[in-house]
Design a protein around this ligand. Sequence first.
Ligand code: UD2
Ligand code: MN
Length: 457
Amino acid sequence: CREKKYDYANMPKTSVIIAFYNEAWSTLLRTVYSVLETSPDILLEEVILVDDYSDREHLKERLANELSGLPKVRLIRANKREGLVRARLLGASAARGNVLTFLDCHCECHEGWLEPLLQRIHEEESAVVCPVIDVIDWNTFEYLGNSGEPQIGGFDWRLVFTWHTVPERERQRMKSPIDVIRSPTMAGGLFAVSKKYFEYLGSYDTGMEVWGGENLEFSFRIWQCGGSLETHPCSHVGHVFPKQAPYSRNKALANSVRAAEVWMDDYKELYYHRNPRARLEPFGDVTERRQLREKLQCKDFKWFLETVFPELHVPEDRPGFFGMLQNKGLKKYCFDYNPPDENQVAGRQVILYLCHGLGQNQFFEYTSQYEIRYNTHHPEACVAVEEDSDILVMHLCKEVAPENQKFILQEDGSLFHKQSKKCVQAAKKESSDNYEPLLRDCTNSDYQRWFFQEHVS
Ligand code: UD2
Ligand code: MN
């Protein structure tokens, strides 16, 4: 990356847009100063800070005074709370540069971050380009950087953004290790886009409030409507991932539903199955966004899945074979699983818990390959039995289901584990007060009968 030469005179200039709401002083100023100190003067048109109606005292006059002495920096204030989408758009509409570069308000740009982004857009106007997001420690604010290779963005069927290693097919496409990496989705906060192309694509969905969902919506739209979304491995920007945001994020669900309703066609059902609350969420009017999709003649979601994100497993969701897996004898108890953490889904035991009907950690899918897939997360986990064991544990699913992950859900409701020739029973271990799904010799007991339910009846 250091050896790369840039044609500064011909590259477009950018407006850097930073929307903020109630951000701490030091992190906000760190962002602004790092932009000014690391961006070549000739490429930086301006830095636009958009105050999304913050109420913290230090963001009022004190901030205006601090910024008034800085070259190229402008401060715009919203007259009411807009949320990050409309706050960013306020910045975009005031921007004079040909490229818009969005940043979160707790970043540190790294030497050489800007050139690769602008160079790529100069080459290809329909490319939306993200820097690699380095980690800034939330406690110490130390710049930790990023170990290993850059990752790309994906999502799971709860419409949660996920990180992935670069797939083999993309490695083969890349001409060099410093070529851009195509990514199905973006994290959302840090990217550069041609102002003209951003407007052509319909900027953002202004019906989205506060936080969440806009990143997947924009990612789907970029790809489906003819652009490309890329990460440039030479561009690095640090970001603080805080433990808690300084505001409530309760609008994220409605935002995700808007994205699903406009871009996902019938695949939105897979999302609703895994999050039944989403189906009930009022999401406002999306007519204009659907018209936009029509006008731009965007491709469908099937194309997106097959072409841009073939690594994502598409559930079958056969009627009657997904949802809560409920026990007949015990009545109100269902299969339940809590992954160790968001990034590591496998490893723990499947338990029984009161059926809640909210999808999520009680969502399972029984596939035509005889797997019981826990496929709200990506990568997905499958129910398995380890050798000489009688408990059910989660392993990562495989391309072809291994024998110890195969269960036959029979017509009488018994759940037969093929390899051990035993049945899954809601049973108590001697030492325990709790029922768990355990392998036992097959009997006629209702405690060995299971059925799928979508809702709590
Ligand atoms: C990630 C993205 C973020 C956004 C979000 C999904 C990164 C590094 N961050 O969450 O940019 O795409 O996913 O929505 O990719 N803000 C406002 N008004 C609000 C709420 C937030 O201006 O009502 C600002 C906030 O001060 C910040 C930016 O929007 O500058 C993003 O918010 P965040 O940092 O809390 O989101 P983050 O990084 O957890
Ligand atoms: Mn952030």
